[in-house]
Design a binder for this molecule. Structure first.
Ligand code: NAD
Length: 380
């Protein structure tokens, strides 16, 4: 089975889908690997590190796309690349299938089997393949780093002959994977951390990290069977905004990570609340690219609102691209290895197993994922 790894072309993206380590493991499985020259450079991997473990460097991208039985990559392909792929090819990457309707249709028309890394089920067995988690973890860390370097104060308490400095107050909204890592990172730096999440089950996790869980009675919130938050009613959102306002006003740093899977993130911090914060305070809106939890945050920019620094920078794992690549490449390898037939040296597309039905979006000329199929039919 020939595995192809094209070079990432998205501007500024330095993460890569294969490390020399995972290339070595794929070769050991029996895969024949071709990668586009320079594929690993964004994360500091030279072509020679891949060729040394048995992968072949090629310069002709179109030929690579046309000849691969399986393509491994990070970001979704350009639309015009899909028709260049071989019918029956398996393409694994992030796809954003909830929004990328044309892309999904093009995959189906081309007879390419598209696997979406966002749609890997959140089960115990699939944790090692879960790229949303591995990258969100790093994003949680980075958000605290970005805030710490822009705050005109330090995070820990410091008692010195020159005076005592109080610890910074950090408020984190949303305690999923990214939020919990942000809490842990801010705590390690010595901040006083408070957090809120609509899923009350995470209160214990927040407290076990040494942070305070802000209690807000929103009535029925709950979570889906996959552990995701349910969308709040407008009344619940208003109640949450009101209950958080005082905590935000006295925080040095606010980090928002609230997401509702498959939907636009809720606006939880209105502009007047940002304006109520002390001058020099920092807000990091992880959701800025997809609509924002914070009113006034601008995707991919750092803006000033009444003396408050509001960070809307995107692609946060890219700030630590080397580690992000290690984790993403491991996620991909684990997914491939999971249904690899060692005797036949090929990936077996087992649509009856517990993982693939959730993340295979198109197969054999049609959209097979029920959720995405319903969305596409609704949009047509
Ligand atoms: P996510 O990115 O979808 O959302 C981030 C957080 O925002 C969630 O904790 C969510 O509850 C919270 N949120 C939503 N609306 C909010 C609001 N109005 N106010 C405050 N917070 C709000 O979530 P995620 O980080 O991907 O994790 C979702 C769940 O999946 C978690 O329970 C996590 O533990 C679970 N999970 C399980 C596995 C696994 O078992 N393999 C892997 C990863 C995550």
């Amino acid at each position: 089975m020939q595995l192809g790894v094209p070079k990432e072309l998205y501007p500024g993206e330095n993460r890569v889908p294969m490390t020399p380590e995972t290339a070595k493991k794929l070769v050991r499985l029996g895969a024949k690997i071709q990668f586009e020259t320079g594929m690993g450079l964004g994360s500091g991997y030279q072509d020679s590190e891949y060729t040394e473990v048995g992968a072949e460097a090629v310069t002709d991208r179109a030929a690579l796309l046309a000849s691969s039985d399986m393509l491994l990559r990070l970001r979704k392909p350009e639309l015009n690349e899909i028709s260049q792929m071989k019918r029956g090819c398996i393409h694994i990457s992030y796809l954003d299938p909830f929004n990328e309707h044309d892309l999904v249709r093009a995959f189906a028309e081309a007879g390419v089997t598209a696997i979406s890394m966002e749609m890997i089920p959140r089960s115990t067995r699939s944790q090692k393949m879960d790229a949303l988690s591995s990258q969100a973890n790093l994003a949680g860390y980075i958000m605290v780093m970005l805030a710490a370097t822009r705050l005109p104060r330090i995070f820990p308490m410091m008692m010195t002959p020159a005076g005592t400095l109080k610890p910074a107050k950090v408020f984190i909204i949303g305690a999923g994977v990214a939020g919990l890592q942000a809490i842990a990172t801010a705590k390690r730096l010595g901040a006083k951390v408070t957090a809120f999440d609509t899923r009350s089950v995470v209160a214990e996790q927040v407290q076990s990290l040494g942070a305070t869980f802000l209690e807000i009675d929103l009535g029925d919130t709950g979570q889906t069977k996959d552990g995701y938050a349910k969308e709040l009613t407008p009344e619940q959102v208003q109640k949450q905004r009101d209950a958080q306002a005082a905590v935000i006003a006295e925080s040095d740093v606010v980090i928002t990570t609230a997401q509702v899977f498959g939907r636009k993130p809720p606006v939880l911090v209105p502009r007047e609340v940002v304006e109520s914060m002390q001058s020099g305070a920092v807000v990091v809106d992880m959701a800025a690219e997809t609509g924002g939890n914070v009113e006034g945050s601008v995707p991919n920019e750092v803006v000033d609102i009444n003396g408050v620094t509001v960070i809307g920078l995107g692609n946060l794992p890219n700030y630590v691209c080397r580690d992000a690549s290690v984790m993403y490449a491991n996620n991909l390898f684990n997914l491939v290895e999971d249904t690899w037939d060692k005797d036949a040296s090929e990936f077996v597309l087992d649509l009856d197993n517990d993982i693939l039905p959730g993340c295979v979006i198109t197969h054999d000329g049609v959209v097979v994922n029920e959720t995405i199929k319903n969305i596409l039919e609704g949009a047509a």
